[in-house]
Design a binder for this molecule. Structure first.
Ligand code: IPM
Ligand code: MG
Length: 372
């Protein structure tokens, strides 16, 4: 029996291409693993009304962790329109399966390293090495949303908060509401993860990215928890910034930042910004990690227009595989894989279209495999 059982979730679009590429390098590394395919994505929404079928959730419960490619997610109306007629009347609503996975499996930490590898022509500057820690289960992603806003709710809001009165007086179909839910426990956990990472990797600072001057309660709570956690780590400096200013400073002095920690939605935004500093989504990997399970994925989407063309950059998924190897405790293999990726980037002979080259996804994978 293999040492590890890994759920293999290509999803759709280019997810399939980049996962095939990653398999080439994992095989070369000779990870002692069995890879078990799981159904996930757009196809299963259209056919079954569920992009994350129960059998896939069951598979995840029976494996050590999952590697995931990408899935198409569309706004509600478009998703609804693609359902087969037999399912249309059932009142099903599309929810992004990756967000569901994060919540249902309590994958509370989203770790997103953004490193400027030497020789990458797409680096915004050299020497950028930022890791984003994004809370992964709550905030605006909690899915507590209303439209139209029920009268019952607007009445209670108006009773409890004078600023809600204006909205309570509007017609129901005038107002949509998404709740930003932030808990102390989740805030503490993600901040502690950021500090633990800083400590283990000799980083000198952790920067909270929030907006407490406006979002006084939610960002305020997050920052307060941050200050408490920081006391447990005397050698590491805690900095507090506002999300808007942070976007500006990241463009101005990206080398000044090492570890960023934030809530879900700001983390979504800032991690794309950081990805672009180091070459774009083709280089951005993501680990969704909980106490019992973890799902590793590239940060990019399914890019349907490139699906099956063997064209996109597979490095983000390979870097996600590197995070997976670390999670499994295969430190040596993780380091070897990262070194091979770094060597291919530095050499600059094999480059996909985003890097200005002509190499295919498979050629890039083989080039990495050759360095292993
Ligand atoms: C990400 C993505 C997802 C998110 C989408 C696909 C739902 O943008 O992983 O950053 O918003 O978290
Ligand atoms: Mg995103």
């Amino acid at each position: 029996m293999a040492k590890y059982r890994i759920a293999w979730l290509p999803g759709d679009g280019v997810g399939v291409d980049v996962m095939d590429a990653s398999k080439i390098v994992l095989d070369k590394i000779k990870l002692d693993a069995e890879y078990i395919h799981g159904d996930i994505g757009w196809e299963f929404w259209c056919k079954e009304g569920n992009p994350l079928p129960d059998r896939t959730c069951k598979l995840l419960k029976e494996t050590d962790c999952a590697l995931f490619g990408a899935i198409t997610s569309k706004p509600k109306e478009e998703a609804q329109a693609e359902l087969v007629p037999a399912l249309k009347d059932k009142g099903l609503t599309y929810a992004s399966p990756i967000v569901r996975l994060r919540q249902e499996f309590d994958l509370r930490t989203n770790k997103r390293p953004c490193k400027a590898y030497d020789g990458n022509p797409l680096n915004y500057r050299d020497n950028i090495d930022i890791t984003v820690f994004r809370e992964n289960t709550e905030d605006l992603y909690a899915g507590v949303e209303f439209y139209p806003l029920p009268k019952k709710l607007s009445a209670v809001m108006a009773e409890l908060h004078k600023k809600a009165k204006r909205f309570a007086e509007m017609p129901e179909d005038e107002v949509a509401l998404s709740c930003r839910l932030v808990t102390r426990t989740a805030s503490r956990n993600i901040i502690r993860d950021a500090f633990e990472f800083a400590k283990a990797n000799g980083k000198k600072s952790v920067t909270i990215v929030e907006k407490p001057n406006v979002l006084r309660e939610t960002s305020g709570l997050f920052c307060r928890e941050g200050r408490k956690v920081a006391q447990e780590y005397p050698g590491i400096n805690l900095e507090e910034t506002n999300i808007d200013a942070m976007c500006m400073w990241l463009i101005k002095n990206p080398m000044d930042y090492e570890v960023l920690v934030t809530t879900n939605m700001f983390g979504d935004i800032i991690s794309d910004l950081c990805a672009q500093l180091v070459g774009g989504l083709g280089f951005a990997s993501s680990g969704n990690i909980g106490d019992k399970y973890a799902v590793f994925e590239p940060t990019h989407g399914s890019a349907p227009k490139y699906a099956g063309m063997n064209k996109v950059n597979p490095l983000a998924t390979m870097l996600a595989a590197k995070l997976m190897l670390e999670y499994l405790g295969e430190k040596n293999s993780a380091e070897r894989l990262e070194a091979a990726i770094a060597a291919v980037i530095k050499e600059g002979k094999v480059r996909t279209y985003d890097m200005g080259g002509k190499a295919t996804t498979t050629e890039m994978a083989k080039a990495v495999a050759d360095k292993l």
